[in-house]
Design a protein around this ligand. Structure first.
Ligand code: ADP
Ligand code: MG
Length: 320
């Protein structure tokens, strides 16, 4: 439904491009996540996709038609493309229900009510329909922003770090709600985040950006199990260099190493630190007093203790 074709953008007066020749495709009913560190060009790219900023070169093709320049339009953007930001876009002083109806001004009352009820259900705001915006929590306000963005049945929702102001539990609930919304509404989502956990939970496909360039594109398991380089690998979870064991520049995920006394191939290491993660513990280990490893342990370990560590050879990461 959407083709991003060779998009480049350099801000006036800057030497380095904010977005450099980025291309990808988005399918209908798909959640695609753009990840990368702060400053990698995610927001710039999203503004361009939303038709709010003109690229220096390249084009955005939506349903086979190139998006028009923001300068050539009365209202920038495409009516079927809506954006959701970290800041809530709600009407202060109105109730939740009024806020949604406000987005449906062009429809008759029967449809307006029907669609509002539907959106209240989808976003879990039904119990709060009569509340004013100042009586809502951050999570509820963000649900309302999403309901408002969905009101006019957009085909594409662009979300720029929409949950970064929310506490972890509220955030997780909203991420699960997003997957439900995708099932119920005929909408595709481009989701921007710098949070690994959000990205892994919500995405069908992912794009990793670095300094304006697309470094890797793939499904969740492709990005996780076949990362293209050390940077992408470590974005999606802790990795260990096996160099002090194998003598080669090989990497493996922390969760693919374990404490294993009976294994003749195991390596002795010293526990440097033990951090509780609730049910499991994250250990930092030293090998030959120089090399540092991370592993997860089901049991708490004493600092200074010697442990035997082995790894799953099939899980060694191969960078291209
Ligand atoms: P991200 O959303 O991944 O953090 P941005 O798209 O906001 O990245 O920024 C990409 C690069 O462009 C950064 O180097 C940033 O400093 C620069 N940048 C962003 N907005 C502007 C602007 N309005 N003027 C000049 N440079 C900008
Ligand atoms: Mg940003």
């Amino acid at each position: 439904m959407l083709s991003v074709n060779h998009i480049s953008k350099t801000y006036p007066g800057e030497d380095l491009g904010a977005v450099n020749n980025v291309s990808f495709e988005l399918n209908a009913n798909e959640i695609l996540t753009i990840v990368g560190r702060s400053g990698s060009g995610k927001s710039t790219l999203l503004q361009i996709i939303g038709g709010l900023m003109k690229p220096d070169s390249g084009e955005i093709v939506f349903h086979g038609k190139a998006l028009e320049n923001p300068e050539e339009q009365l209202v920038a953007g495409h009516p079927k493309i809506k954006m959701v930001f970290q800041d809530y876009k709600v009407k202060i002083g109105m109730t939740v229900e009024e806020n949604i109806k406000y987005m449906l001004l062009n429809y008759n009352n029967a449809y307006k009510q029907e669609r509002t009820d539907e959106l209240l259900t989808i976003t879990g705001l039904e119990p709060y329909r009569s509340r004013k915006t100042n009586e809502l929590s951050g999570g509820q306000l963000q649900r309302l922003s999403i309901a408002r963005a969905l009101a006019d049945e957009p085909e594409l929702l662009l979300m720029d770090e929409p949950f970064s102001n929310l506490d972890p539990i509220t955030k997780e609930n909203l991420i699960m709600a997003l997957r439900e919304i995708i099932k119920n509404e005929k909408v595709s989502i481009v989701f921007v985040t710098h949070d690994t956990r959000d990205a892994l939970m919500v995405s069908d496909r992912l794009i990793y950006m670095r300094e304006g360039s697309l470094i890797q594109e793939g499904t969740v398991s492709e990005m996780y199990d076949q990362p293209i380089n050390e940077e992408v690998a470590s974005f999606f979870g802790r990795i260990n260099s096996l160099e002090s064991i194998t003598g080669n520049k090989q990497y493996i995920r922390a969760e693919d190493m374990r404490m294993d006394i009976d294994n003749p191939d195991s390596t002795e290491m010293i526990v440097e630190n033990c951090f509780s993660l609730g049910r499991v513990f994250l250990l930092t280990l030293s090998h030959n007093s120089r090399f540092e490893y991370y592993i997860y342990s089901e049991r708490q370990q004493k600092v200074g203790q010697v442990v035997s560590v082995s790894y799953d050879k099939n899980r060694i990461l191969h960078f291209s």
